[in-house]
Design a protein around this ligand. Structure first.
Ligand SMILES: [Cu+2]
Length: 282
């Protein structure tokens, strides 16, 4: 599973997003510049240790700096770092600037909760219902507004979610407790999930298969296990899967409508059958 290599670039998992290749090119550039400078410095050190070692007949000399050398070794790293910064700016904008997010084909909500990822889809009507922190509860982690009809059919999943390939997906990202970080290694995207704010992340995956959504922010004792499986599917497969979810949700809603007991805001995932709803309180 783990193959050692001096070339750490081989440690990357396969990149499957529209920007993963450009990201890796940039990473390779920085990697080889760093490797070259590292080797050069270490080699020079070894040469100097040998060449200027203490020997009989060789007297050390006192030397009080050299302005030209100081100027050069200050300027060179400055130019290098500023240059790399400017060069990588475009990549950063593509991945992170909200003004550069392409027209979304699909929008979902994702919240982190120690130690799970929850995902919300718009459901049958294709519209994510309004949400507000005041509606948030253990049963309604997204704070879906119970007065907004668009929210009724929203589909919430935990620990696993599906997305279609070759689609611009915009994720509205937040957290219900501490800082988490939405990390899709295969997509080369990582974004903090911050309680109290909704941050947009976008990606477009080009290959179907199962990929990992990890949490990349040390968030507590269960951090190591905070992950979700992302199923990237073809358009047809995704549509079929979504259709199944929508049908199941309709059945739940119908059961709830048939059962006149007052119900708290839609529970996560496919709730209990009609007869098992609790009444007014728990
Ligand atoms: Cu976390």
């Amino acid at each position: 599973m783990f193959d050692f290599s001096w070339n750490m670039l081989t440690y990357f998992p396969p990149g499957i997003s529209t920007y993963s290749e450009a990201h890796d090119d940039l990473f390779r550039l920085v990697y080889w510049i760093s490797a070259a400078i590292f080797l050069l410095v270490q080699l020079t050190l070894v040469v100097f240790i040998f060449r200027y070692r203490a020997r009989p007949g060789h007297k050390s000399i006192y030397y009080h700096g050299n302005n030209v050398v100081e100027f050069v070794w200050t300027l060179a790293p400055t130019v290098l770092f500023a240059g790399l910064g400017l060069y990588s700016d475009e990549m950063w904008k593509v991945m992170k600037y909200s003004s550069r997010i392409p027209t979304p084909d699909m929008e979902i909500d994702v919240v982190g909760q120690a130690f799970n990822w929850h995902v919300r889809y718009p459901g049958g009507d294709g519209i994510l219902g309004k949400r507000h922190a005041r509606y948030r509860s253990a049963q309604n982690l997204f704070g879906i507004d119970p007065t907004d009809s668009h929210g009724k059919d929203d589909i919430v999943m935990t620990g696993e979610f599906n997305l279609p390939i070759n689609k611009n997906v915009v994720v509205h990202l937040s957290s219900v407790d501490v800082l988490h970080s939405y990390f899709l290694p295969n997509f080369r995207i990582k974004q903090d999930a911050v309680p109290g704010s909704w941050i947009e992340v976008w990606h477009n995956g080009t290959k179907s298969g199962k990929y990992e959504l990890a949490c990349a922010e040390l968030c507590g004792s269960g951090h190591y296990a905070m992950r979700a499986v992302l199923n990237m599917q073809s358009d047809a497969d995704f549509a079929k899967w979504m259709e199944g979810k929508i049908t199941a949700k309709k059945a739940v809603l119908a059961a709830e409508a048939a059962n006149p007991q007052p119900v708290a805001p839609a529970p996560a995932e496919a709730a209990a059958p009609a007869g098992e709803h609790h009444g007014s309180s728990h």
